[in-house]
Design a protein around this ligand. Structure first.
Ligand SMILES: Cc1ncc(C[n+]2csc(CCOP(=O)(O)OP(=O)(O)O)c2C)c(N)n1
Ligand SMILES: [Mg+2]
Length: 686
């Protein structure tokens, strides 16, 4: 058998496994894997630096299937390439990441072959994809990380890093705004280690692309600072190889390979039609297509002899050499650079630097106080100084978000300085968050920042941080009507409820500088959850912690900040800037002989993780008179104050005026908290 036919056999195996998987599930997307099998084959078997036996090798090339609907393409390839499931437990017998049985069970509950690729399920799935545009944008973060690792750790005579990131993407990925944001960023930064393969098939779900998409993609990407190369026929392996060679030899720009393909290639009745996009071909059409490929109709999930060996002698053999080289280089590197090697080990193991807590400040009592965005800036700086792989930036709001790292050597990441730790993401919130996901997936502790209102602009990527359990830190300032004159377009009212609704996300709304410090403390200890700091523009007093409960209560999510004598008649529950109103109200109530307890609730999610004894201790169930105080909407608060509980907050959008006036205008005042407390007590006695 000559090599062209073994190539063809391997390619057609990817195709037929994909068709059979979709047919067995009776749902899925067969057409795109059928079209993209050749490019995927060439990439994996001839170019990708990836060891199937060591799929977590730190300097592996990354492969992202941005058009996640084509998931069978990835599963078939992982199976044929023999990618092993990595395990930290040496006693666990080696097993494939994706078995043939898994493929047979495509889209079923017990199979890692989910409808769309899910990171964390098995080795070889670098990220979760499915929402179009996320993969391409996240890949920019991976490419940045590759550069950053090289700049920080490689030495002129010792190179550990230098990995490339490859992405397969579709019309939808490039149509999405986030795709364009990310491409603009990658072009600006000249990320020559990034290669997107664009499946130019002129098909989307509704029909041909020209229904909605008619731009000249090559020219567009060139103007974004990319190198482009067009492959006119997705089955032309020679042209595909040449395109990858061109990528490898381009050292100043990212590369877009525009691959003209035919969706459902080989299917006599469905090729080149949107009918091949998102539905099984049907048993009859599968049979006809297999005949076109010269393939037996039965058995299904057929892997001809020689195909597994073909991958073993391609990616398998190259991968083994890569792993061996890496281990040798790492050994020499560790001898020469023990400190850096220890850092790398911590990154790879997911542990923290030994002295990470050392610099975190403790803020003295101060009636004037600090905006929590200001204390956040100080804490972030002191933390990042001892946490060398913590890095990030803002979407053009660093002076407002206070996220600039100011210590010596922090530097700014740019074309010239690949080791910088301050990022200028530009006004691209959505891709900023996705890029941070990519950096996090590469082992870095990334953070990003913007105004809290613009979480709406990055939410799909935030959601992926959560689904992928990445510890990205979101520093969100200007958290309420307290931002004042910018008015309702900039004043978040629904965002706290919306962010708390996201599973896995830890939302912190600290009440003073020491709660800010403790919030950072807590979030660092949760590396597998994204966290969000919701911070004020306006100054908040730094509380005297001898008079009040310790700010370390943040770790429990909610804690008694100021208790009364004996059992409380009413609980005043607040977060952030409104905690001060609760404290002031409590004093007045106490003078009137009413016992109120003030509970600061900076992180609901951590509170919910506490045992029932703790939760009942802080919020005694028998005390039903409760007031929630927060300059946002009530949604979610019923859980703590009850459906009949009193709430002091917002009921709709804000307004443009100085902050003090707005708090009065919307009735978020001490006086209102006092009235609400009395009403709550009255209601509880009825
Ligand atoms: C953000 C987002 N919007 C919508 C969808 C639903 N969807 C899945 S594939 C697709 C478009 C398919 O066209 P294309 O991206 O060109 O993929 P192809 O069919 O060519 O593989 C859409 C709208 C999605 N997955 N993500
Ligand atoms: Mg398409």
């Amino acid at each position: 058998m000559d090599s062209s036919s073994i190539e063809q056999l391997s390619i057609n195996t990817i195709r037929t496994l994909s068709m059979d998987g979709v047919q067995a599930a009776n749902s899925g997307h067969p057409g795109t894997p059928m079209a993209l099998a050749p490019v995927t084959y060439v990439l994996w078997n001839e170019f990708l630096r990836f060891d199937p036996a060591q799929p977590e090798l730190p300097n592996r090339d990354r492969f992202v299937l941005s058009c996640g609907h084509a998931s069978m393409l990835l599963y078939a390839t992982l199976h044929l390439a023999g990618v092993a499931q990595s395990s930290s437990d040496a006693d666990v017998a080696p097993r494939p990441a994706i078995s043939l049985e898994d493929i047979r069970n495509f889209r079923q509950l017990d199979s890692p072959c989910a409808g769309h690729p899910e990171h964390g399920e098995v080795s070889g799935i670098e990220m979760t994809t499915g929402p179009l545009g996320q993969g391409v944008a996240t890949s920019v973060g991976m490419a940045i990380a590759g550069n950053w690792f090289s700049a920080r750790y490689d030495r002129s005579d010792q190179t550990l890093f230098g990995f490339d990131t490859y992405v397969i993407c579709s019309d939808g990925d490039l149509m999405e705004g986030i795709g364009c944001e990310a491409a603009s960023m990658a072009g600006h930064l000249g990320l020559s280690n990034l290669c997107w393969i664009y499946d130019d098939n002129n098909i989307t779900i509704e029909g041909e692309c020209d229904l909605a998409y008619s731009e000249d993609v090559a020219t567009k990407y060139q103007s974004l600072g990319w190198s482009t190369v067009t492959v006119d026929d997705a089955n032309d392996l020679t042209a595909i190889r040449a395109a990858f060679e061109q990528f490898k030899s381009t050292n100043d720009k990212p590369t877009l390979i525009i691959l003209k393909s035919i969706i459902g290639f080989g299917s006599p009745n469905k090729a080149n039609s949107h009918a091949a996009h998102g539905a099984p071909l049907g048993e009859d059409e599968v049979a006809l297509t297999k005949q076109t490929y010269g393939w037996p109709v039965e058995p299904k999930f057929f892997i001809p002899e020689g195909v597994i060996e073909d991958f073993q002698s391609g990616i398998g053999a190259r991968g083994q050499i890569l792993s061996e080289q890496f281990q040798n280089e790492l050994a020499a590197y560790t001898t020469a650079n023990p400190t850096e090697a220890a850092e790398l080990e911590a990154i790879w193991q997911g542990t923290l630097p030994a002295n990470w807590e050392e610099g975190i400040p403790c803020f003295p009592e101060d009636a004037k106080g600090l905006a929590t965005r200001v204390s956040s800036g100080q804490v972030l700086n002191s933390l990042a100084e001892n946490y060398p792989w913590m890095l990030g930036g803002s979407a053009d709001l660093a002076p407002s978000n206070m996220t600039m790292l100011n210590f010596d050597d922090a530097g700014e990441f740019s074309l010239e300085n690949r080791g910088g730790r301050n990022f200028h993401f530009g006004i691209r919130e959505h891709s900023m968050a996705a890029i941070c996901n990519g950096m996090s997936l590469s082992g870095l502790r990334s953070y990003c920042a913007t105004f809290f209102i613009f979480t709406d602009y990055l939410r799909p990527a935030l959601r992926l941080s959560s689904i992928m359990r990445q510890g990205v830190v979101y520093v969100m300032t200007h958290d309420s009507i307290g931002l004042g004159e910018d008015g309702p377009t900039h004043q978040p009212v629904s965002q706290l409820a919306a962010c708390r609704a996201l599973p896995e996300l830890l939302v912190f709304r600290p009440a003073d500088a020491n709660e800010v410090a403790q919030s950072y403390h807590a979030l660092v200890r949760h590396p597998h959850q994204p966290s969000m700091l919701v911070l004020t523009r306006q100054a908040l007093p730094t509380l005297c912690r001898e008079q009040y409960g310790s700010a370390s209560g943040v770790h429990q999510g909610a804690y008694t900040l100021k208790d009364c004598d004996g059992e409380p008649q009413v609980l005043l529950l607040g977060t952030g800037s409104e905690v001060g109103l609760c404290l002031a109200a409590q004093e007045t109530l106490a003078a009137e002989g009413i016992a109120a307890r003030v509970v600061s609730m900076p992180c609901w999610e951590l509170f919910e993780e506490q045992d029932v004894a703790y939760r009942n201790d802080i919020l005694p169930p028998q005390v039903t008179a409760r007031v929630g105080v927060e300059a946002g909407l009530r949604m979610g608060w019923d859980r703590y104050i009850g459906v009949d509980g009193q709430f002091v907050g917002m009921e709709g959008f804000g307004a443009s005026a100085p902050a003090d006036e707005l708090f009065k205008h919307f009735g978020i005042t001490t006086a209102h908290v006092i009235t609400a407390a009395k009403e709550a007590i009255e209601n509880s006695l009825r």
